[in-house]
Design a binder for this molecule. Structure first.
Ligand code: PLP
Length: 480
């Protein structure tokens, strides 16, 4: 196999020093006193305060509070625990433009599934070499778009796909997607994507016949995979394919370990546990001396915690007892299964609900209100503090469809129409797949100020970087 001499796939370090001109452009505006203050207040408190502020201002529609800092912190944690693996954020998980911009200026690369996703990322000034077009079954017009834009790294798992790529993008560089054990994941993928190891020799031979360059192997252990051993086992399987290729005279140099990493640590499993399982396996098969670049496609890991959803109780009625359930209150809220809560259906999510406490009375003064909100946030974070007694209830979305039930059996204190609820960790696979069925709008977004822009900021963005412009506008707006 002849590897291209041109630099089609950017493996440069994720964060590079910035020249003075770029740094100046990307710094938060000087008139931004709340940055320091915001940083001193823990994230949960600032989110709670922001929700209460919106309610005080008369909000009626559902809304998200977006904490872009959370995605930055997750990226930093990734780099601390898996420093040799370059993350390509899976845009499908949440294509919010400010989220993409934040990740872009902090040096992330991107996994795109379609023409629109590639366009969104390119529009931010991200070079094509920092994109993997990781959909194993692509529409020909999207493949041609990738060719026109210079996106070369892509994925295939069948002969037909190799032929399609050869026809529409002969200069592409391929990762062969390997089917791996995804039985430990919340959302399986190997039923649809990935070739079994036994098919790999034929795929390698076909690629060679077609004159395609195979750069390596990719896999996905399934989304929401809570078994550290599954990631390490998949690396072992991928190493076998590298061996097969070597035996056939092909030297591959990219391993893509996919996504699957949970969005939040739990008592049972942390990202550190997964990284600790992966590191020895990666070091054994793909040490730095092997020259194999390691990349990954984390989605929910980076962004799940970035969005908190606030919803309003718009209706209430009493459900009589049935064979299955006791009599209980039914609450209707203004976002549902056809909107953000599509995650209940598609992502097998079980979102945790909390009651939004009212803000402290304005008469108590801004300081007291802030302190009260902070205390409430602490109590909420600790599990509700001295909350009113919880009773069984069910929670329903706003569309005229009986299917639109978010939770058949929940427990909440008694609520009234007009009360507010909120849901943490709503950043992954929520609004991205939401619809406007029944004319219901998707929630608005309120962005918390960024703590800071990265220093040093990545120099990999192209000169008129849309990401920098978007974020600067955001920072300026937050400062007003
Ligand atoms: N890569 C590919 C090809 C995917 O299909 C997905 C999710 O569907 C991801 C990455 C992101 O997965 P996760 O959000 O579990 O990290």
């Amino acid at each position: 196999m002849i590897l291209p001499s041109t630099k089609s796939f950017d493996s440069s370090p994720s964060v590079n020093p910035l020249n003075a001109n770029q740094l100046h452009k990307l710094q938060p505006p000087p008139s931004q006193p709340q940055h320091a203050a915001a940083q001193a207040v823990p994230n949960a408190k600032r989110i709670l305060q922001q929700m209460q502020l919106q309610v005080q201002r008369g909000a009626e529609e559902p809304f998200y509070v977006v904490d872009l800092n959370s995605a930055v912190e997750r990226l930093q944690l990734w780099r601390a625990l898996l420093p040799d693996v370059q993350p390509f954020y899976a845009v499908k998980c949440n294509p919010d433009a400010l989220l993409l911009s934040t990740l872009a200026v902090h040096g992330a690369s991107f996994d795109c599934a379609s023409r629109a996703e590639m366009q969104a990322v390119l529009d931010l000034g991200v070079p094509a070499s920092r994109i993997v077009y990781a959909n194993p079954c692509k529409q020909p017009s999207h493949v041609r778009f990738a060719r026109e834009q210079g996106v070369r790294l892509t994925v295939a798992d069948s002969e037909a796909e190799l032929r399609k790529v050869a026809e529409h993008h002969p200069g592409a560089e391929l990762l062969l997607r390997l089917a791996v054990d995804d039985s430990q994941a919340t959302c399986v993928m190997s039923c649809k994507y990935g070739a079994p190891p036994a098919e790999m020799p034929a795929l390698l031979a076909t690629a060679t016949q077609l004159g395609l360059t195979v750069r390596g192997v990719s896999f996905h252990v399934g989304s929401g995979c809570f078994a550290p051993g599954a990631y390490a086992a998949a690396v072992d399987r991928a190493a076998e394919v590298f061996e097969l290729a070597r035996a056939a005279g092909l030297e591959m140099d990219v391993l893509d370990i996919g996504g699957g990493f949970p969005g939040r640590d739990t008592a049972a499993l942390s990202f550190a546990d997964i990284a600790a399982a992966l590191r020895p396996s990666l070091a054994r098969h793909f040490p730095p001396s092997s020259g194999v670049r390691l990349i990954a496609e984390p989605g929910r890991y980076l962004v799940a915690q970035s969005h908190t959803l606030a919803v309003n109780v718009i209706g209430k009625k009493r459900a009589p007892s049935t064979a299955d359930l006791p009599a209980h209150d039914m609450y209707f809220i203004n976002d549902g299964l056809y909107g953000s809560f599509n995650c209940v259906l598609y992502d097998h999510a079980q979102p945790g609900v909390r009651v939004l406490p009212p803000a402290a009375p304005a008469a108590a003064g801004a300081k007291a209100a802030e302190a009260a909100a902070a205390d409430e946030a602490e109590a909420a974070a600790a599990g509700g503090g001295e909350a009113a007694a919880e009773v069984p209830c069910s929670i329903w979305g706003p569309t005229c469809d009986g299917l639109d039930c978010i939770a058949k059996e929940a427990r909440l204190p008694e609520l009234q129409v007009g009360d507010w609820l909120y849901y943490d960790d709503m950043g992954a696979y929520t609004a991205a797949a939401g619809s406007n069925f029944n004319g219901m709008p998707l929630p608005d977004k309120h962005y918390l100020p960024l703590h800071s822009m990265p220093v040093p900021i990545c120099s990999h963005l192209q000169p008129a970087a849309g990401a920098a412009t978007l974020l600067n506008n955001h920072l300026a707006a937050a400062a007003r």
